[in-house]
Structure formats: structure tokens, C-alpha cells
Design a protein around this ligand. Sequence first.
Ligand SMILES: [Zn+2]
Length: 415
Amino acid sequence: MYSQLKQGFIFPDFQTSVRHCGVVNAFSNPNITLCAELLEEFQAKGMMNAFVFVYLHELGHTLMRQWDLPLWDNEDAADEFATAFLLMGNQKKIALDSAQWWQSEGATTQDAVAKIWMDDRHSLSPQRARNIIRWANNANDITERWQRVFVPHMQTTTLQSMLNDPAVSDKDFVRSELSRRNTILPIGLSSGQSKCPNGQDIVGRSCAPMCWQDDCKVAIPCGSRVATEISITKPREACLKYKSAQVAPTPQTHSGTGTPPEQPTLVPVGTVRPTWPKNAGVFVATSSETIPPFPRSLSGYRSENNKDFWNQPFTLRGSLRLFGRDVWEGIPHFPDTMNGCSAGVFMVRWRSADPSIAVQSSVRYSSSVPSKTTGTGVFGYMSGSNCEQPMFKVEVAGSRLVDVYYELKFWQAAP
Ligand SMILES: [Zn+2]
């Protein structure tokens, strides 16, 4: 099973073990532990299909975590992963069998297996079983959605063979991933230097033509929509003309008398940087250049490198994948708390990896508590208290998945 998995997918190695673990159920940390008690119960009941499902559920937690997907510790997402995985492997029966069995009298709360696996975080089995049955009966919807998740993490040979598989509906998506892999990254990308052709700049992982805002001060990928909903389409040449018209050397008179000709004043491209706003809130920018840098100080607070509100280590930069769903996603393990809301302040700078996909941003207590402010754009920045967290979702639910690159700064209350 593991070697087949390795042939199909790209992921860091992990261990799977079966051992006696008392009443504890199967878990993923990200190594997978399957409790022997669970295996014995499933064997005794003749329900090995359900055991396979449990394994795939844990595999879902493990792989989603290793792929940096935000919902890796979500039980519904792990169930969905397991169901999608089975459907894509033409094993719908395993999904339906286990779900129906959980839903039937075989798995009441008195049942030993139900107790072993379904207690604690794996609760609400009837509802989860109904979900699985619903997904399995709408196979097209779920496989299409999960193919989008799987494809970026699949081995190139597997992707190539998918092009000949009639069950794969969205071959264009597979093709675009393959062509992305064949694209040689511009040299020096890691050091942040652009090696793109003239008029282009790095967007995500490849070069894209850049256009300019009307003032010719900031460049943004052509066609991007910013908060103003105005499409940025001014080609680079227009700005170059503007620039060269301004710097065109004034014909010099011969040395001698007279005042020297006035030098034209030039606004250097990309040097206009706003400062970080005084008040906390949600802000949208039109380019990376117009996202203000983090301030060096904040009255009443101190900040330490790579530490959160609580002086604990925290990775301050990363990316967050949005799946095109109508769900607010947060940075995994964000250190927000429920009380003492003046103990800390966070700041975040972000941009969408795909300039054609705008992202909604918000400072909120959780994905379910409404927030007063939302900002939608390709670039943005926000700040809030230690009781809040930055959250994101795609502007239009149902669009393609997109990554959000972010950078954080935490402030701890100080004299
Ligand atoms: Zn789970």
C-alpha cells in the first residue's frame, strides 16, 4: 500500500504501525498509528472495508498536513479525502459499505468499534456516515474537486498516465501542472532577482507580463483586478514612453552664460511606499510595492524575531492554500486566544499567488464568527489583537485553488 502510494504521490516519508493502544483510536501525528484493538474488532465483525476507510481517513490527515493544506486536522476533510481517494480508485463499494455499516445498527454508541474509533474527535458518526454516502453518490463532484488538490502533489509519471484515463475529467488541469513542471524556473528566483524577459516579472512561479497603474508608479500583472475593480492594462511601453519623455535630455546650450537647464524631476518607479496605518484593520493594496513594510516599533509593545504573542517560536512566513470554497481559512496553529485581548498585536502582509484570483481577507475571531471588515484584492495587509486571526477565502467560491503568500509580525505587550 505504502509503495503504491509513493508511486502515485509526492510526500515526505512517514511510518504506519499497528499496536495495542488501550481505548485510544487510530491517529496521525503525522505517522499513522492504527490500534490493534480496532483491527481486531473490525476483523471479528467482518468489516475490513471499514478498517480500510479508517486507514485512509488517517492518511488524509497525514498527507494534507505534509502538503501544508489548512484543513489537515479537520475530520470532515479527512473523511472527504478518504472517500475521494476510494472513488478515484474505483472503490466506491468500500466507502459505501463502511458508511452504511456505521449508520446501521452495527455501530450504535454502545458498539465497541464505534467507541474505539468514533469517540472523542471522531464523533457524530451518523452525520459523518451520511456525508460519506452523499459524496459517494455524487462521485463526479467530489472527484473533480479532489483531483485539483491531488494533482499538484502527484508524481509526474502518474500525471502523464492520467491524460489517457477516461475517468479523469479535467485533463487541462493535469496538462497545466505538467507544463508548469517542465518550465525551468528563472535562474536566481530564490534570491529574489527577476530573470524574466523585459516587461515581465515573476508572478507565482513563472514570468508574467506586467502592466502599470495610470500614474506609472507601480507595476502589477496585466489584467489584475484590484480593490477598485478597475482592470490594470496599461502596457509597460506606455510607461516607458512617459518616462523617457520626461528624462529626454534637454538640448544643452554651449557652455557659458545663462542658467543651467532645469533637470526634469522624476518619480522613481516603485519607490512610493505607504507607511503602516495607525489603526488596526483590513487593507487592500494594488501591488507588492504598495503594501507598507512592518513598522520598526509599536508604542506599548515589543517584537522578537520568530516569536509569537507569547514568546513562543512561530514561523513568520509561509503560504496558505485556499481551495476555492466559501470557507474562511486561517494560518494553521495561529496563536490566538480567547481572553486578555490586549496582550498582543499581529500584523500580516500578503498577496495572492495568482493575480487573476482575488482573495477576501478579514481579521476575525474564527471562521464562524462574522467580522465587520473584509478587504478583497490580490495584495493586502491587516492587523488585529491576540484574540483575532487573519483569515482568507477566494473572492468567488468555486474558483480554482490558490495560494496566499504571507508574512507575519507579532507584538507582545510591554511597558
Ligand atoms: Zn480524524
